[in-house]
Design a protein around this ligand. Structure first.
Ligand code: FBP
Length: 306
């Protein structure tokens, strides 16, 4: 496989990584209908842990079967599929080599009152299952944030040493953050930056709102304003926080909603220089034909010239 100039340029940002890790990043970036463009659409399915089976899969019961996600990601021409250990163990054998996979190595659940995650997979599981990367969620702001950052440090050092890439879901939550704070622009940029500081190759955050939350940051944002009313400008600010765009950053899809709303968001991500979307519920909670149409529309947006 010949890499495109764009993908070669992206790989050059990861100056300390070994050929194994660069090769795995290349596999993700060259896969599917967006292969070679530097944009990505990834299917994440860890909502069974995060929200429970019925809330996740009842809207489209075909999704109770872990094989469904491989089929969906393949038919849609996505870049990768991310899941915890169990669903990959249940289906990865039949789809070995078909599409890059990301083993989500920690998970939370809705029965917990604390903002923490348990480690539920290992780097050797990821290698055994043929994954290209591990995926790890951290909650900047939680009472357990420092333990999570230390777990990430250990898992990512091990993953990098054996040539895997590291994807970090950085979701601010915890006692000092209310719902506004969790997605405020300054907090989202802070969370994305901390994922970059922790050594993530691919950073995943929620799309930022117009709010500036942290008192200590308000003065800075007044002196050096970001056009918070413009969605692409907010995305560009997150990209800037990821080492001036020298780390890949993708944005999550969120709860299922109208295709038009999601597509508007995707246009803003693309215009702001984000590297793509990681869309779970908006994909697998729809009947397959509708999901394929929506994913195709998302991909078309990312294929347009900016
Ligand atoms: P969605 O596209 O379904 O939002 O998936 C992205 C994701 O990060 C999942 O990986 C994760 O399970 C979920 O969001 C967590 O959502 P929430 O923060 O709303 O509980």
């Amino acid at each position: 496989m010949r890499l495109t100039r764009k993908v070669k340029e992206i790989l050059s940002w990861y100056e300390s990584d070994n050929p194994g890790t660069k090769g795995n990043l290349a596999r993700i970036l060259m896969e599917g209908k967006l292969g070679g463009t530097g944009r990505m659409v990834i299917l994440p399915v860890d909502q069974g842990f995060e929200h429970g089976p019925a809330r996740s899969f009842a809207p489209n019961p075909a999704a109770y079967d872990p094989r469904y996600f491989f089929e969906l990601a393949l038919e849609a021409g996505l870049n990768a599929y991310a899941a915890p250990l169990g669903p990959l163990e249940a289906a990865a054998g039949g789809y070995a080599g078909c599409i890059p996979t990301i083993l989500k190595v920690n998970s939370s659940n809705s029965l917990s009152t604390t903002k923490d995650q348990a480690v539920t997979g290992t780097v050797s599981d990821a290698l055994r299952l043929g994954c290209s990367a591990i995926g790890f969620t951290m909650y900047p702001g939680s009472e357990y944030q420092f333990e999570m950052m230390e777990e990430l440090r250990e898992l990512s050092a091990e993953a990098k040493s054996v040539g895997l890439a590291v994807v970090v879901w950085s979701y601010p939550r915890g006692p000092m953050l209310d719902k506004v704070g969790e997605t405020a622009l300054d907090i989202a940029a802070y969370a994305a930056h901390m994922a970059a500081l922790s050594g993530a190759h691919i950073i995943k955050v929620k799309t930022p709102s117009e709010a500036i939350f942290l008192e200590a940051a308000k003065k800075t944002y007044q002196t050096y304003p970001v056009d918070v009313k413009s969605f692409p400008a907010r995305i560009a600010h997150i990209v800037q926080a990821c080492f001036a765009g020298r780390r890949l950053v993708v944005f999550s899809g969120g709860e299922i909603r109208s295709p038009d709303g999601l597509l508007d968001e995707v246009r803003a991500i693309h215009a702001g220089g984000g590297n793509g979307s990681i869309v779970g519920r908006n994909a697998f909670q729809r009947p397959k034909a509708e999901a394929l149409q929506l994913l195709s529309d998302i991909i078309d947006v990312y294929r347009t010239k900016v």
